[in-house]
Design a protein around this ligand. Structure first.
Ligand code: ZN
Length: 847
């Protein structure tokens, strides 16, 4: 079943010499397209230093104290921020910091801009020892970056000089950020330091001349130490005037196999040039095949086949076991015996992989047209669920497939599955059983029926993240797909500390009509959780530091004001994110005694995040959460505190958002229904969203749609009701996968026992179709009252459509308050603190 031809030849390698020579330049708009590398983690801006050879593309950040690659990769001046192959640019490096940020590079100079070799020299002045903050003295550093045509590495040379009058000890250490890479060299001594992101197909290696290497890594950072020959420590002592040189070679590759091969070749090791070409029976290349080489039980290295079905590796003349694994096909296994070959032999082998089992999906709307959808594939019985990619992947994420138009083909192993096809809570879910046979295609056809409409309202998520945020590595187009396939109709782009845009992704997917958007930000300072605010729309200045974003401030009051006044006081929405309301409003110093809080910031908060909403009716002032270690901590109950605030006359509308960071059911679990006149998402004017949101024309939901009117007033409105008499109309709609069983009206934040309707007590008001509840009745209020309506499914859960995290919540929707003035002169808050004191800072461990 697999064709295999060995082409063992032995000839001198022909090295192609391209006409162009290496190049090094300051990035400008004019050279950007040629010199700025592509890739999920590319962070270069105008003014950075871009290198290009026949083989590599590299960016060293300009030496400014304000130069940050992103929120968590800071102070990158003089450091390598982008590193990849010129033939297939795919930067996945966050940063390589020579000297671990102990040296502050203040100058950079191009000393050779073109020719066979280009050179950039950065310099850092010596630093005397500081006592506060405690830091050791540092030598003067001359840092040279050399890139040469034909070479697989960037040479990084540091020359340290002791300019002091006394001897100086310093450490030979670098660090490297390779966030979420799934493979990293084992901690301890190694000949070659390496990290590898198998799924995103990029690896980095590092060799040191005349020094032994040792390293340690966590999920984000690796620290690399250099031990001089004849020493066993990674520190050196320099006498006054003395210098010391450290040379390392940074090697990018499409896989750890490629990097190991380049490193071995540089060391003069005998190697065979292997290539495997993976094709199907129709001779079409198979991309994305997981190739693993093992020696006994030890993995030597892995790679994924490229778009042409190739994996190439230079291997030592040893024995290996090769496996080629890809969904929908039996894993291919072969033994490789390279021991009888000669140095520089070229061995290209073609493997025919069997015809895959495929799901061919055609999901349509009721008219047979294209429709975005999320399809979850679950294995039944002995069949395991597919795992196409990690939670930071773009389209096929764990067992989910996000499709912008409902048409896709995906390989899947033979077996029994259920496909759950969904498009957010306004559409019924379709569950399709699939019996997949070996090497056969199976059709997945479904029609997504609209369960209900919400005319005059659009669903929005004001808070989402992906890798430009710096605290995650999620593909940004994947975030857009996730939002789109959950039927979010308006989503500003709100990366941490960087203004960014979803528009290029919507254009590339051809779905600009289906989602409204604009540029925005989450301005993220300390302390967490207080000093985090979102804002949109904001003007994006591409290719500049943070795309023109404001900077953070240690004072949350100054920071929120800076954000509110950004772009010359242009109209925008400012959202307070996930607050501890006790700390923010009543306990600035966090000592547990009430004070005025961060009062100078209150005026700039247009809306405030109050999720989770499904716990609103527990009406307790605190909630207990388990932290990552399992320790139980008591936190303020945000939504209860918000009701207390409303009663103190603080009228900041509530919103709920997912704050999604990963693409496995990240977006979609929470949404705001906002009043908006647009009838198609592409017509949504972000400023209309801003204006309605400021008025509180918002219903918060984790699925159900709740329509509330008091006479003609909608949530957020003020209403004068003479004699307190009015007509309250409530309608609740759900798709076939959600249900509610209780509707409760809160008067001034307290559940009113006469305005409590359950499926048991009022069965005639509840329905079993999409319209779950409908009731219009007369109301008589005795005094000024703010009125909130809650719809909840107390005996159900959101369920599997929204994934394991959101799925455990009770379905819930909650209106913003309607403020009723009974006695004339405008609504007056009653001051009720709801049976508990006003909150102070929380976060105490539970004994
Ligand atoms: Zn956030």
């Amino acid at each position: 079943m697999s064709r295999c031809c060995w082409l063992a030849t032995s000839f001198a390698l022909l090295v192609f010499q391209p006409a162009s020579a290496a190049e090094l330049a300051v990035l400008t708009d004019a050279n950007w397209d040629r010199l700025a590398p592509a890739g999920k983690e590319a962070d270069c801006i105008l003014g950075d230093y871009a290198f290009r050879s026949d083989r590599l593309m590299i960016v060293v950040a300009q030496p400014l104290p304000t130069r940050n690659a992103n929120m968590t990769v800071k102070q990158v001046g003089g450091c390598v921020i982008d590193l990849t192959l010129a033939a297939n640019p795919n930067d996945q490096l966050s940063a390589f910091y020579p000297g671990m940020r102990r040296h502050v590079f203040t100058k950079a100079e191009i000393t050779q801009a073109g020719g066979k070799k280009v050179v950039l020299v950065c310099t850092a002045p010596a630093q005397a020892a500081k006592t506060e903050p405690k830091a050791d003295a540092q030598p003067e550093v001359r840092l040279e970056y050399e890139l040469e045509d034909g070479q697989p590495f960037l040479l990084v040379r540091s020359i340290f000089k002791n300019t002091f009058d006394s001897p100086l000890d310093f450490a030979l250490e670098d660090d490297l950020r390779a966030d979420d890479f799934d493979q990293k060299v084992k901690a301890g001594p190694a000949d070659l330091f390496w990290v590898h992101d198998h799924y995103f197909q990029q690896a980095y290696g590092l060799l040191a001349d005349k020094h032994a290497l040792r390293s340690r890594s966590d999920k984000r950072t690796s620290v690399i130490q250099y031990v001089p020959e004849k020493s066993d420590v990674s520190t050196v002592k320099l006498q006054p005037g003395q210098t010391y040189e450290l040379v390392r070679r940074l090697i990018p590759g499409s896989s750890v196999l490629a990097v190991k091969g380049e490193a071995a070749r540089l060391r003069g090791q005998a190697l065979v040039r292997c290539g495997w070409h993976l094709v199907d029976p129709l001779y079409k290349p198979v991309a994305g095949v997981d190739v693993t080489l093992k020696q006994d039980d030890t993995v030597y290295g892995t790679a994924r086949s490229d778009a042409w079905g190739w994996v190439r590796a230079d291997l030592p003349l040893e024995k290996f076991a090769l496996t080629c694994k890809t969904p929908g096909r039996t894993t291919l296994q072969r033994d490789l015996d390279l021991t009888k070959l000669k140095q520089n032999d070229v061995v290209n082998t073609e493997y025919e992989l069997e015809t895959p089992s495929l799901v061919v999906a055609e999901i349509t709307d009721e008219k047979g047209g294209p429709i975005p959808c999320k399809v979850a594939f679950k294995g039944k019985g002995d069949t395991s669920s597919p795992n196409w990619g990690p939670p930071n992947a773009q389209q096929a994420v764990v067992n989910l497939f996000y499709s912008e138009n409902g048409r896709f083909t995906v390989p899947i192993n033979p077996g029994e599955y259920e496909a759950t096809v969904s498009y957010g809570p306004e559409y019924d879910v379709v569950r399709v059983p699939l019996a997949v046979e070996k090497s056969k295609k199976i059709a997945l056809n479904a029609v997504l029926k609209r369960a209900f409409r919400a005319p005059g309202w659009v669903s929005a998520d004001f808070h989402s993240h992906s890798t430009p945020s710096g605290d995650n590595t999620t593909d940004q187009r994947g975030r857009v797909l996730n939002l789109l396939c959950e039927h979010i109709e308006f989503a500003p782009c709100t990366e941490h500390n960087r203004i960014d845009s979803y528009t290029p992704h919507l254009k590339a997917l051809g779905v600009e009509k289906l989602m409204g958007t604009c540029s925005g930000i989450e301005l993220t300072g300390i302390p967490l959780p207080l000093n985090h605010q979102n804002a949109f729309p904001l003007k994006m200045k591409p290719r500049t530091q943070d795309n023109g974003a404001p900077t953070v401030d240690l004072d949350p009051q100054k920071q929120i004001r800076r954000l509110a006044e950004w772009d010359e006081h242009a109209e925008k929405l400012v959202q307070q994110n996930h607050p501890d309301i006790g700390w923010l409003f009543f306990d600035k110093d966090g000592d547990g005694t009430p004070d005025e809080g961060y009062k100078d910031g209150f005026a700039f908060m247009n809306v405030i995040e109050v999720h989770p909403i499904h716990v609103v009716l527990t009406a307790a002032p605190t909630r207990v959460y388990a932290d990552m270690t399992g320790k139980k901590i008591e936190y303020n109950h945000t939504i209860f505190n918000w009701l207390q605030l409303l009663n103190q006359g603080v009228r900041i509308p509530g919103v709920v958002n997912t704050d999604a960071h990963y693409n496995f059911h990240g977006s979609g679990g929470l949404r705001n229904y906002i009043r908006c006149d647009a009838t198609t998402p592409s017509d949504i004017d972000p400023l209309q969203i801003v204006r309605h949101a400021k008025k509180g024309h918002i219903v918060m939901s984790n699925g159900p749609f709740l329509d509330v009117k008091l006479n003609d007033a909608i949530p957020g409105d003020d209403l004068r009701l003479e004699g307190g008499k009015g007509k309250l109309s409530i309608r609740v709609s759900c798709p076939n996968w959600l249900d509610i069983d209780r509707v409760q009206v809160l008067l001034n934040g307290r559940p009113d026992s006469t305005l409590n309707f359950t499926r048991k007590t009022h069965p005639n008001l509840f329905g079993d179709k999409a319209l779950k509840f409908e009731h219009a009745f007369n109301l008589a209020l005795e005094k000024d009252t703010h009125l909130i309506v809650v719809a909840i499914g107390e005996e159900t859960e959101v369920g599997d459509v929204m994934g394991p995290m959101w799925g455990r919540q009770k379905p819930a929707a909650m209106s913003n308050p309607i403020f009723v003035d009974v006695d004339g002169g405008g609504f007056k808050a009653n001051g009720d603190t709801l049976g508990a004191p006003l909150p102070v800072k929380s976060g105490k461990p539970v004994k």
